[in-house]
Design a binder for this molecule. Sequence first.
Ligand code: ADP
Ligand code: MG
Length: 254
Amino acid sequence: MSVLAIRSLCKSFGGVRAVNEVSFEIGKGEFLALIGPNGAGKSTCFNTINGQLKPDSGEILFEGKNIAGLEPRDIWRLGVGRTFQVAATFGSMTVVENVQMALISYAHQTYRLWRPAASLHRERALELLAQVGMADAADRPSRELAYGDVKRIELAIALANEPRLLLMDEPTAGMAPRERNALIALVKKLVLERGISVLFTEHSMDVVFSYADRIIVLARGRLIADGDAATIRENAKVQEVYFGTGKTFTVAAP
Ligand code: ADP
Ligand code: MG
């Protein structure tokens, strides 16, 4: 059974069909890239899956259960994680305190009767920092962090709830090429170890073709291709959308 199955998903804004009859699936442990030009509907797709937007129609089956239209908190509690922006305003707090804050705020979003005390959150926060290679920075003020390190911390926080599906909309936005590769490589390593499925968007075709197990392509709200890197690279419709001609992708095969 697929971890996620999207069936005929539709979402319009006024006259704009942002997501138009989109269907695709994600298997267990699969690292799936969603690509497409600006305005193709990628973020709308993400936000209907995570509950921030209500779809007009269609099904979003997570482990067989239709989650379309549920509240974000309920979807998150079922095991669908996503990367959140770490509040950069807490620059005076240390790195580990920032992660603790996130864990405490998440705990409040659940309906658990037993909530771990702050000291347990610190232990858990240190564990998570170690997993993303940030243990040494635990007691540094957050404002000293490089941008790429903030992204690692966002990842640590997203993994805290042990999601079975992780949604990452442009996790490497604003990063230099080397940092992009490092972050996606880290995500892939961590999710492979845990068997987590990932849906992500990424602008760098180099990164997409190197790391994604499979790629799906949106253009003007429609899904126009679904396949592995070689299939997508050779797809005439994809080439037309990206280049307006039959020109092929220039990136090297991984
Ligand atoms: P992408 O993430 O692929 O760049 P989006 O999903 O953000 O694309 O946008 C898809 C289309 O929907 C675009 O035409 C965009 O202008 C429109 N759109 C997205 N969000 C809204 C909104 N909240 N209100 C109105 N139009 C929107
Ligand atoms: Mg977007």
